[in-house]
Design a protein around this ligand. Sequence first.
Ligand SMILES: [Zn+2]
Length: 92
Amino acid sequence: MSFCSFFGGEIYKDHFKPGIYVCAKCKHPLFSSRSKYEHSSPWPAFIETLREDSVTKHMETLSAFKVLCGKCGNGLGHEFINDGPEEGQSRF
Ligand SMILES: [Zn+2]
């Protein structure tokens, strides 16, 4: 299993190697490459986090949560509700 430093300034959009994406600050596991998918945005896109406690979320708007590392609180981006590849899925 490979560990990819993620959200650390480098963009792994075209990085589809199997592995776990971890917090750039504390190495807390965040996402699995299995939940990654192609999206038109310049950022990597995922449909779900690795575990329920991988991230903490704060509702920002009705359709978006602010997503932070579940361990150290490092800002990771957003979860967009119903914006995933299939209906009812989220995009991180
Ligand atoms: Zn962290």
